[in-house]
Ligand binder design. Structure first.
Ligand SMILES: [Zn+2]
Length: 305
């Protein structure tokens, strides 16, 4: 065993003969906390859960300290979703939706991108600090699931050959409460090197890896009692899988009084006056629901600082 934690983790791995690296993601209490905090309807929670699991999986590939953000915007009942994950493992996300339109759809819409998100786009942003270039890739929401939309993005970008599998579900535990869980498995091909191995062998190995990945079941991705290394071994043991030290994840927002105050000081007096409700400016973080309130005296102090 490399690490004791087997839940709320990213487990990186490599399969050298296939020249691929990958990440297995397990989300338990972290995803449950984020999705239940907002009391989202099940269809919204499941879709946002999938977005968060994908963002976590993609963030695991970053080389430097940074933030990976996945956003969707569409004309369906879920208007907007955002999931962002830091390389240090802080995970957060929220969704904006139209409850009346969602109710019209009923249960049939579960995890369907065309029905829930509608026509629109998915954007992936990678920000690795001031010394690197901010990267953003955008793709139309084309696919039945978010994972399919991301596949579409991989194909379009032509820089990454990758496969992705995601699972989200709500399970009733022994305590009688329903808890959200999510899991994801991603493999990506490493850049080609000049060696004796033929291109055909490499392509064949990649196809085999994609098939092996597709044999992993929703049950396996979500099963908290199945150690991540055991699942990787089950899938790729014949081909020599190497598991690396897992990274821990936590449901943690990056909002702070300093950030809210710097945003408020950037506004003019007229704009601040517009924001006032019963004499106070109230800012609620959409990610974590934390409320920041400022009265006139505090605003004056901010303006003078
Ligand atoms: Zn917050």
């Amino acid at each position: 065993m490399l690490g004791a934690a087997t839940d709320d983790i990213v487990q990186p791995f490599q399969v050298d003969p296939f020249r691929l690296r990958g990440r297995l993601v397990r989300l338990g209490p972290v995803i449950d906390e984020i999705l239940t905090r907002h009391a989202y309807p099940a269809a919204v929670a499941a879709m946002l859960g999938e977005a968060i699991a994908i963002a976590v999986t993609l963030a695991g590939a970053l080389k430097y300290e940074g933030v990976c953000t996945l956003q969707t915007k569409g004309d369906g009942p879920i208007r907007f979703m955002v999931a962002d994950v830091t390389t240090a493992g802080a995970v957060r996300g929220y969704a904006q939706f139209d409850r009346a339109r969602l109710d019209e759809l009923g249960a049939a819409a579960e995890l369907s991108v065309p029905r829930l998100l509608g026509a629109g786009y998915l954007a992936l942003t990678v920000d690795q600090g001031e010394h690197t270039e901010r990267y953003q890739g955008i793709v139309a929401l084309e696919g039945g699931s978010l994972a399919e939309c991301v596949h579409h993005y991989f194909r379009q970008s032509e820089q990454v050959e990758a496969g992705l599998k995601v699972a989200v579900a709500r399970h009733r535990n022994g305590d009688g409460h329903a808890h959200w869980r999510a899991g994801a498995l991603m493999i990506e091909r490493l850049p080609k090197e000049n060696d004796t191995r033929s291109r055909e062998d490499e392509d064949e190995g990649w196809r085999r890896a994609m098939i092996l990945m597709s044999t992993s079941t929703t049950q396996e991705l979500l099963d908290s009692s199945l150690p991540p290394e055991d699942l990787l071994f089950r899938l790729f043991h014949e081909d020599g899988v190497r598991a690396y030290r897992p990274h821990d994840l936590a449901a943690r927002c990056r909002c702070s009084p300093e950030r809210v105050e710097s945003m408020l000081t950037a506004l003019g007096p007229a704009e601040l006056a517009d924001l006032k409700v019963e004499g106070k400016v109230i800012v609620t973080c959409e990610f974590c629901n934390r409320v920041y309130a400022y009265d006139d005296a505090q605003l004056a102090a901010l303006a003078a600082s």
